[in-house]
Design a binder for this molecule. Structure first.
Ligand code: CP
Ligand code: NVA
Length: 302
């Protein structure tokens, strides 16, 4: 057990320096893999998934194994969480047996409540409000392909969703400009925008937002839990696709990112996501390296 554990419920749990440290450490861990480096030998990560996942589950599980530890996959279907056991009791019990807890759930308060009552670090593996682990990987990817993102311009096109909120946090911490183009009614929540001050700017069209940008990012139009809104959203978002025209408005060497899974032909064309500016597979792989750096940061004594 760690006294006063550090949690990672949001990117804002990190300082700018800590965020940059994790990015650089992730790059180091990726480039110089030492199988004998097992800082989490014998340690256990509990992973609670109330929603589907490919990347998050595999990257955390593989990362723990690389570090000499192990990970438990817990689904609400098979635990008492799914039968309504109070969160505060669950957090106390689970944290008394493991060294770290990762949660993927819809309500952000579930993660913050867990963190309040857990004696070990709690990591947000995605909520309806934020997806901070993805931003560790996205920023690592930008640093690898280019360099520090400070002073650069990033363009978010599409839904003002959990990914967009975490991009706003990243802009605040790493000091880049974030251009956003979203259809009316799908803007990010105002409290996120207000906190970012002049780091965030809104544009009426995707093309205006993408002008001279260094990185274009998007995400699905309907997130997990919004499947029944799919048809309605296809209409609302039809002008908010990243395509060749959008990429032409950006800097010539602009990158394209998407957290995946993607819907080709909706939020992005196949030409762009499978084209030369897309770095989606490095971005996906970097979930592993970035989260290893995060686990080391949270669990290893400095
Ligand atoms: N990007 C991401 O979080 O992927 P998964 O839903 O597969 O974990
Ligand atoms: N916005 C998406 C991200 C998936 C990784 C969702 O919440 O489903």
């Amino acid at each position: 057990m760690i006294m006063n554990p550090r949690h990672f419920t949001s990117l804002l749990d990190l300082s700018s320096e800590e965020f940059r440290h994790i990015i650089h450490r992730a790059i180091e861990l990726k480039n110089y893999r030492d199988p004998d480096y097992q800082p989490l030998k014998g340690q256990v990560l509990a992973m609670i998934f109330e929603k589907s996942s490919t990347r998050t589950r595999i990257s955390f599980e593989a990362g723990m194994v690389h570090f000499g530890g192990s990970a438990l996959f817990l689904s609400p279907r098979d635990t008492q969480l799914g039968r309504g056991e109070p969160l505060h009791d669950s957090a106390k019990v689970i944290s008394s047996m493991v060294d770290c807890i990762m949660l993927r759930t819809d309500k952000h308060e579930t993660v913050t409540t867990f963190a309040q009552h857990s004696s070990v670090p709690v990591i947000n593996g995605l909520t309806d409000l934020q997806h901070p682990c993805q931003l560790l990987a996205d920023m690592q990817t930008y640093f690898e392909f280019r360099d520090d993102i400070k002073g650069k311009t990033v363009t978010w096109i599409g839904d003002g969703n959990n990914m967009c909120h975490s991009y706003i946090h990243a802009a605040m911490l790493l000091d880049f400009n974030l251009n956003i183009a979203c259809p009316t009614g799908y803007y990010p929540q105002q409290e996120f925008v207000d906190a970012a001050g002049n780091r965030v700017r809104f544009f009426n069209t995707a093309l205006e937002a993408a002008k001279n940008t260094d990185l274009c990012v998007t995400d699905v139009w309907a997130s997990m839990g919004q499947e029944e809104e799919q048809k309605h959203r296809e209409i609302a978002f039809k002008d908010y696709q990243i395509n060749a025209e959008t990429m032409n408005a950006a800097h010539k060497d602009a990158l394209f990112m998407h957290c995946l899974p993607a819907h080709r032909g909706e939020e992005v064309t196949a030409e762009v996501i499978d084209g030369p500016q897309s770095v989606i597979f490095a971005e996906a792989e970097n979930r592993l390296h970035a989260q290893k750096a995060l686990l080391e940061f949270l669990l290893c004594k400095k």
